[in-house]
Every structure is written in C-alpha cells, then in structure tokens.
Design a protein around this ligand. Structure first.
Ligand code: ZN
Length: 134
C-alpha cells in the first residue's frame, strides 16, 4: 500500500456537504461523479497528497443509504492506493482478510477498486484502489 488515497464520508445531501467542505478545506471540489452501479454520487477534494470523497446515496438500496440509516452521516471508509490491485487482493485473501469483491470493479475518479469487509479490519471499511490506465 503506497498511501492513503482518500477518506470516504457518507453525507445526506451532497450539495450542502460540498459547500461545507469547500469552506472547511478552503479549496474547491474538483470533481462530482455519479457511480450508478454503486448507487452513489461522489464529490472529491484534494488535501495534500490525499483526497476527501463525499458520498450521497442515489437510491434506497445504495450501501450509502443503508449506512446513513444505521449510523447517520460520518466516516464511511479509508481507501489505500495500491500498485497492482489483483496482487494485493490475492495477498490479503491469503492473509485471511475477507474481501467484499475478489475481483476489482470500476469506481469513481478513474479507479479500479475492491472493498474489504470491516469485520476483518477492526471495524473499518477498507477500499483498495488503483489508478485506471487507459
Ligand atoms: Zn472511496
């Protein structure tokens, strides 16, 4: 794992949250992107070498909708930047971690991603992400 790529924060209203975070971080949101397969709308901010990702649910079945229902707005996941996501998935499965996806899928912000179940990572949802090369 190379660095913390971003921290994901679940929000109820992304328009309001973008305004709050633009003030908090004193920088503009550089990208708003919907990921239909995940049922989320995302907004990204650069903070040094890492990013903040705000996530709003776009439908009632979205994992973000379920998270908000249970826990309310707040920190949702930590994403680590990796060089070779398949290699890292294999390594972590061999180490006994439970992957939510055992093969990477397309995520927001030009990434290939996979999630680890929080029950094997001390209660934190972990995302692996690798920059998509096209
Ligand atoms: Zn993320």
């Amino acid at each position: 794992m190379r660095k913390i790529e971003h921290i994901g924060i679940a929000v109820k209203n992304i328009e309001v949250a973008i305004k709050d975070y633009e003030k908090l971080l004193n920088t503009s949101c550089y990208k708003v992107e919907a990921v239909e397969s995940e049922g989320v709308k995302t907004a990204f901010f650069q903070v040094g070498e890492s990013k903040i990702e705000l996530l709003e649910a776009t439908n009632a079945d979205s994992p973000i909708a379920k998270f908000l229902e249970k826990k309310g707005p707040g920190m949702h996941h930590i994403a680590y930047d990796v060089d070779a996501i398949e290699v890292e998935i294999n390594r972590l499965e061999n180490e006994g971690f439970q992957l939510i996806q055992s093969s990477p899928k397309d995520g927001a912000d030009n990434k290939r991603i996979a999630f680890l179940h929080p029950k094997t990572t001390q209660g934190v949802l972990v995302e692996l992400c690798q920059e998509r090369t096209q």
